[in-house]
Design a protein around this ligand. Structure first.
Ligand code: C2E
Ligand code: MG
Ligand code: MG
Ligand code: MG
Length: 282
């Protein structure tokens, strides 16, 4: 009975197939306002080239500080907005922020990439492609410094849609990464049918490589096969030196993780880049 009372509290709408929490409506509503008021922030996490130890570029990650609830993780709000048109608005916003930064860097002679995460629902029509075409007229950037990341599970969800979307963006010179690889039970042979530049091995493999021999074998296999298929491997979740040493041994190409840096606001990223330049010069 208590459970029912509790249920009554937060379920505002339900039918046979679907229940939706009042809380979720509020999040959607507030997110829309945050987008309109430009209250969302982009944080940038460096991607390190393991051969040169230099930063190749950054991944753009959306940050939302809710006025009452405080910080809300993208793991919470992305799945909610993914089922609405808000995902188009968010993706367009993040892409434009990336283009702005790339055009500033081009003026400053800084040759770094920015990767933006795309949702499966962004691939269903041409609006993201058209947006990119418009931004290319507005900003002077080197397009091969722009990358998109799409999760393995989004690709599996609708392979044909993903294939035509990725072919389209790739034909513009944009680089493509498959994100969270190893969580969606697909094979690399299958993904090789897609035009892909990078495979990002999910962060759970990095951590488990320290104690789980089987997981280590899986990463080794992914890396070898990726290289055979002309794709580079990025390892996510490199949190310490021991994981990094393992990834070197396995000849991963790039690494991302708290060991190098957490995602940073733009100002901090600028300072971080400067400090990298100085430490390489000395
Ligand atoms: P992702 O694309 O796989 O991004 C990597 C996530 O791992 C980020 O979480 C990052 O902060 C976190 N991370 C980085 N280094 C480490 C590490 O060493 N250890 C651990 N444990 N985690 C690390 P974040 O920013 O919370 O984002 C979570 C997910 O939300 C992203 O996963 C991505 O799928 C999605 N996301 C974030 N921003 C956007 C966006 O603008 N658009 C879309 N469509 N999805 C987004
Ligand atoms: Mg990503
Ligand atoms: Mg990932
Ligand atoms: Mg992800």
């Amino acid at each position: 009975e208590k459970a029912m009372e509790k249920g009554k509290d937060y379920i505002i709408y339900s039918n046979n197939q679907d229940t939706f929490h009042k809380e979720n409506f509020k999040i959607l509503w507030d997110f829309q306002k945050a987008l309109e008021r430009k209250e969302l922030q982009i944080h940038y996490q460096p991607k390190i080239n393991l051969k040169t130890s230099e930063c190749e570029g950054f991944e753009a990650l959306t940050r939302w500080k809710h006025p009452e609830k405080g910080y809300i993780s993208p793991m919470v709000f992305i799945p909610l907005i993914e089922n609405t048109t808000l995902i188009q608005d968010l993706t367009k916003f993040v892409i434009e922020e990336a283009f702005k930064k790339l055009s500033i860097w081009k003026c400053e002679g800084i040759d770094k990439s920015i990767a933006v995460n795309i949702s499966s629902n962004n691939m269903e029509d041409d609006s993201i492609i058209l947006h990119i075409e418009n931004l290319l007229k507005k900003y002077d950037i080197d397009i091969d410094n722009f990358q998109i990341e799409i999760t393995e599970s989004a690709v599996i969800k609708d392979f044909d849609t993903a294939l035509s979307f990725l072919n389209n963006v790739r034909s513009k010179g944009i680089k493509v990464a498959i994100d969270d690889f190893g969580t969606g039970y697909s094979s690399l042979n299958y993904l090789n049918l897609l035009p892909v530049d990078y495979i990002k091995v999910d962060h759970k493999f990095a951590k488990e490589s320290l104690r789980n021999v089987k997981k280590t074998k899986i990463i080794e296999h992914i890396i070898t096969l990726s290289h055979d298929l002309d794709m580079k491997v990025v390892v996510e979740g490199v949190e310490n030196e021991d994981i990094l040493a393992n990834m070197y041994k396995m000849e991963a190409d790039f690494a991302q993780g708290y060991y190098f840096s957490r995602p940073m606001p733009e100002e901090e990223m600028n300072e971080w880049l400067n400090s990298q330049k100085n430490s390489l010069a000395t």
